[in-house]
Design a protein around this ligand. Sequence first.
Ligand SMILES: [Zn+2]
Length: 336
Amino acid sequence: MHLAPLLVFAALVSPVSARDATAPPGPVIDMHVHAYALDVPPGAPACPGDQPVPVPTVDPREELDFSQLGRCERPLLAARDDEDLRDATLAELRRHDVRLAMTEGSPERVAEWKAKAPDLILPGVGFAKPKGDLSVEQMRELHAAGRLAVFGEVYIQYRGHAPDDPRYAPYFALAEELDIPVGIHLGEGPPATARFPGYDDYRVALGSPLLLEPVLRRHPKLRVYVMHYGSPLVDEMIAMMFAYPNLYVDVACNNWAFPRPQFHAALKRMVDAGFGKRILFGSDQMYWPGAIGAAIGAIQDAPFLSAEQKRDILYNNAARFLRLTPAQIAEHHAPR
Ligand SMILES: [Zn+2]
């Protein structure tokens, strides 16, 4: 999804080092990182949710001035170039004690990131991507080669299709056959999506969590997490989680790029409904490496969560969802 939080310019972050004093007390699994090329202007600002997040309002006869989205007192700044984006993202993940990061991008770029941080990168391959997809057979080969661990991010909503559109049925079938977790986007696009260049096919209505139901009925063994918890349709998400006890959500992007009271209200609704064991942490880091710390901070700062609930969201739930072994979990809890 889009735009965000605090911290200084990512490029100034020191390279891989011991965990930072501001890191949460325990390891983190980030289920939502992107290995993109830097396709926003270098240093572009984004406003984090602990400050007033600008919400554009326009006269329909006027063009939208997107620069207003980055106007806040302490914006996050985008990386300088592709290399800086990679290195600063990896450094921020390390600094915040992230031990595993589901990282989505082209298989080539993800492999390049993984070469720099083999223990950290859990390779993700998306589908329904704006620039076209790999075939199901190519996906199968990547999985066999150890280069595909998660199907995500699944961008069907951005294409203006529903999750059960027959075009994508073979991908879900493969995920079930090979027991590959799927992370599907349901929720907001970039701010003022209808005016945002390149998002002509996005439709709000297709973000309804209820639209996932036919897929879950057809593939009862599928491991699925709804990225962005179908935000802001939290009631629908709760209805789905109630009926489908294997359904998880992530809280990526909502935790740093949306107004903090809105995010906390949604998170509290899901926890109060009893789903604290099925909420996964994600940052949705795209171009702003500082988003990782801001996203973790939004969980750590939630006044209604116990220390145990924070641990569940930041690590334990993902460890269960990914079926990590006791040895992997012990290793993640060992000091680096
Ligand atoms: Zn998304």
